[in-house]
Write a protein that binds this ligand. Structure first.
Ligand SMILES: [Zn+2]
Ligand SMILES: [Zn+2]
Length: 373
C-alpha cells in the first residue's frame, strides 16, 4: 500500500514529505494504523543529526496516536476502530519481558533501533529500496503497521491528537519517578530541565506526595509553566547556584531524589551535589557527555546513588492508562506543553522543539479527525 511519509534521506537533511512510500503488509500479530497525530521527541532530532548512528534514509517518529484500520489474525485484544497510542516494542518472550521489565527486553535495540521490523523484514520501501523505521512504529506517516505489543488502547472520548507523546516523553519522565525512584510521601525531589520529560517527572513527584518539588531551568517562561504544572519551588540556574538554592529550600540537607533531563555535564554533576545523604539521582538524557563522580565522598561516605533508566522502566500498557486517569483528575496536565502543527510544517515544528520555543510540538497528520467532545 502506498502512503505519505516524512523521510530523512541523509544526516542533517530536512524532513521531506513524499507520497510514494510503500508500506509493508500487516503481519499476523500486527495492527495497521491510520495515524492521527505524532509528537516530535528530541530522540527524533538526535537520529536526524546522526548523533546515534542510525541507518538513513529513515521515517522517524515514535510518539504516534491513531485508529486501528486492520487487525492481524493472531490479535485478540484490539479491533478495527480502536483508538491507540504507539509506544516501543518488546518481544514478550525473553527472560526480562517475562519478569515484567519490557524496557530491558533482550531484543530492545534490535527491534526498536535496527530500522527493520523485529523479524528483519522491511517496514517501508521506496522504489524497491529499504527505508528504516523507528521503534517498529514510525509515526511521521499517514499509515503504519506495528506489532500488537507496540499498542496501548485509549478511551475514545479523549482527544486522540494530544495523546501520542504519552508513548515516549511523558511515560519516560513519570515512570522514572513512579517505577524507579519511588519517592515516599514527605520526600523531596528536584528536576533539572523542564522539557516534556522533566515536567512529567515533576508532576509524578507531586502525585507521589513530595513536599518540595523543585524545578530547575534557565528559561523563565518554562519555570512559570513548571509552577502552573505543580512545582512547589523554582530555581533559575542562570541567576543563582542551583545546588545552594536547593540546599536552602531543603533546610540545608539537599533533596532525596533528583532527575537530570539535560545531559549537560555541569548540570548532571549539580544533580548529585544537590542530594542529601543517601539520595538518588536518575540521569536520563540522551547525551554524549560523561561526568566525574567521587566514589569515596559521594558514593561511599554520603551513600548517594546514580541510576540510569530506559523509558522510565515502564510497561506502556499499564503505565499509560494510569497517566490518563491522573490526567482526568487534573493532576497530570501534560497537554499544557503541547502545540499543534500541520504535518507539512514538520521542519518548523522540529526547529521550535530544538530552540525550546515549543516544549512538545505535535503534528496533526489526519486533519479530518474530530475529537468527540
Ligand atoms: Zn522519544
Ligand atoms: Zn523481550
Amino acid at each position: 500500500m502506498k502512503i505519505k511519509a516524512a523521510v530523512v534521506d541523509k544526516v542533517n537533511d530536512p524532513f521531506v514529505i513524499r507520497d510514494d512510500i510503500e508500506l509493508a503488509d500487516l503481519q499476523d500479530d500486527g495492527l495497521q494504523v491510520k495515524v492521527v497525530a505524532s509528537g516530535i521527541c528530541h530522540s527524533d532530532e538526535a537520529l536526524r543529526k546522526g548523533d546515534a548512528g542510525f541507518d538513513l534514509p529513515a521515517i522517524l517518529g515514535h510518539e504516534g496516536s491513531g485508529i486501528v484500520e486492520k487487525v492481524g489474525k493472531n490479535v485478540h485484544n484490539f479491533e478495527v476502530g480502536d483508538h491507540i497510542i504507539m509506544s516501543f516494542y518488546s518481544c514478550g518472550e525473553c527472560d526480562n519481558c517475562l519478569k515484567g521489565i519490557p524496557t530491558q527486553c533482550r531484543k530492545y535495540a534490535a527491534s526498536n533501533l535496527s530500522g527493520t521490523r523485529p523479524d528483519g523484514s522491511d517496514h517501508f520501501t521506496e522504489n524497491g529500496k529499504h527505508i528504516s523505521d523507528m521503534f517498529n512504529q514510525s509515526s511521521f506517516t499517514t499509515h503504519t503497521v506495528i506489532n500488537k505489543r507496540n499498542a496501548v488502547k485509549v478511551p475514545k472520548e479523549l482527544d486522540l491528537r494530544k495523546l501520542g507523546p504519552l508513548g515516549c516523553g511523558y511515560v519516560t519522565g513519570s515512570g522514572t519517578v513512579f517505577n524507579t525512584l519511588k519517592p515516599r510521601p514527605g520526600d523531596t525531589i528536584a528536576v533539572f530541565g523542564t522539557g516534556a520529560v522533566g515536567l512529567a517527572a515533576m508532576m509524578a513527584g507531586k502525585i507521589s506526595g513530595c513536599t518540595h518539588v523543585i524545578a530547575v531551568d534557565i528559561v523563565p517562561s518554562r519555570l512559570e509553566l513548571a509552577q502552573k504544572m505543580g512545582a512547589t519551588d523554582i530555581v533559575d540556574s542562570s541567576k543563582e547556584d542551583a545546588v545552594e538554592a536547593i540546599k536552602k529550600i531543603t533546610n540545608g540537607l539537599g533533596v532525596d531524589w533528583a532527575v537530570d533531563t539535560t545531559g549537560v555535564a555541569k548540570v548532571m554533576t549539580d544533580s548529585i551535589a544537590a542530594l542529601t545523604q543517601g539520595g538518588t539521582t536518575a540521569t536520563i538524557a540522551v547525551t554524549p557527555h560523561n561526568i566525574d563522580i567521587s566514589t569515596w565522598n559521594d558514593l561511599c561516605v554520603d551513600d548517594k546513588k546514580v541510576v540510569g533508566v530506559n523509558m522510565g522502566d515502564s510497561i506502556p500498557q499499564v503505565d499509560i492508562p494510569r497517566l490518563l486517569e491522573f490526567y482526568k483528575m487534573g493532576v497530570f496536565p501534560f497537554d499544557l506543553t503541547e502545540k499543534f502543527y500541520d504535518f507539512d510544517q514538520i521542519n518548523e515544528a522540529d526547529a521550535d522543539s530544538v530552540s525550546g520555543k515549543t516544549i512538545k510540538p505535535v503534528l496533526i497528520i489526519d486533519k479530518d479527525y474530530k475529537p468527540e467532545a
